[in-house]
Design a protein around this ligand. Sequence first.
Ligand SMILES: Cc1cc2nc3c(=O)[nH]c(=O)nc-3n(C[C@H](O)[C@H](O)[C@H](O)COP(=O)(O)OP(=O)(O)OC[C@H]3O[C@@H](n4cnc5c(N)ncnc54)[C@H](O)[C@@H]3O)c2cc1C
Length: 375
Amino acid sequence: MPGGHRDILIAGAGATGLTAALELVRRGHRPRIIDSDEGPVPMVESRALGINARTLTLLSPSRVSDVVLQDAYRIDRFRARSGGKLLFELDPGRVTGQFPAIQMLAQGQTERLLLSKLSDYEVVPEWQTVLERVENAGGKPHVVLRRPDGSAEELTPDILIGADGAHSAVRKGAGLGFPGQALEESFYIADFRYPAPIDPHYVEIDLFNPGMIGRLPVSSDTVRYLSTLSDFEKRIRHPVAGGQAVWVSNFRIHFRHVERMSSGNIFLAGDAAHIHSPAGARGMNLGIEDACWLAYLISEGREQEYSGLRLPAVETVLKQTYGLTSLVTMRNPVVTGLRNALMPIAVRIPFVADRLLRGIAGYDTPPPPWIDGAK
Ligand SMILES: Cc1cc2nc3c(=O)[nH]c(=O)nc-3n(C[C@H](O)[C@H](O)[C@H](O)COP(=O)(O)OP(=O)(O)OC[C@H]3O[C@@H](n4cnc5c(N)ncnc54)[C@H](O)[C@@H]3O)c2cc1C
């Protein structure tokens, strides 16, 4: 049954769930969206920073891309250094099209922009509402929710979208595994706020032997440092004196994805379906892309095609991020020496540079057929 008359429950109001709700509501559906948390990601936890051109294309029919473009910081240069020496620079402006290849905006801000647009349609997430149990019987999902007052609610929506993150209760309830691997390395994050403006328009990576420190702008006074080195803070080259760490975190990187992104009328999107390293800034972008495809297919009554259409895109992105992560986490000094010698030569080859930048722009997955002229 295409159209807007089906009960749709979205579990999870992160970037993926909010995008699914927005794309459904603007097509005439009335989805219900719940989240166990109290609200969006706190502004101080910058988390996913990169918003790529493909995401801006996908968010253009809802006009969220207009507000992202106002608030985000466009990246004009990627630089790689080793031992302080410049290895190469890449210009993302080589990627032509309506939108810049990549912009930076803290995840909490992206979520707030999505929430604001959703509220224009009078859809508001039900916060502090936990999806406790899912059963997948008789073609319809059966769901138990726990409301903020502690009471339980049982329902059988026509469609359940699991956008409930890496530990997805929906995925577990649907009986879908999450095969893959965890890297040995831990990654460390520190966001530093400075008392004077910094240049927010470039991304830099400093390669050590072994290890790396990435530098990404969060805003005009805050920089994210991301490293494989536990003592990285003492190696940071601060742009101005007096910076204070405002958010620190560390995590291990997993490369995992479900073998099917749906089971009956239960559909998985975002981190619930795939997780990988932040190299290439694809995580949140891929979740937003899933959400847009799923909403389009639901509206067309073609949602059973979702898993088959999305899995190749997920596999492409996991392969790309695995390759980039391997490049920056290698330990053997001979191999890292070779890497440092060959990378500047490789990125001078237009085909290599363009391929790398196409991935960063998110243009290596199929374009959305519902947006005219989308790349
Ligand atoms: C510390 C940290 C740093 C990161 N840095 C980067 C980065 O630099 N670049 C990058 O691309 N990505 C990064 N990520 C990953 C990025 O944040 C995710 O890829 C992105 O948030 C995925 O969005 P999502 O909506 O699919 O899942 P999530 O953002 O995880 O949202 C899932 C939502 O579901 C809710 N939920 C969970 N379980 C339930 C339940 N049972 N019932 C109801 N609601 C539930 C949660 O409260 C949450 O709001 C980082 C993540 C973390 C934690």
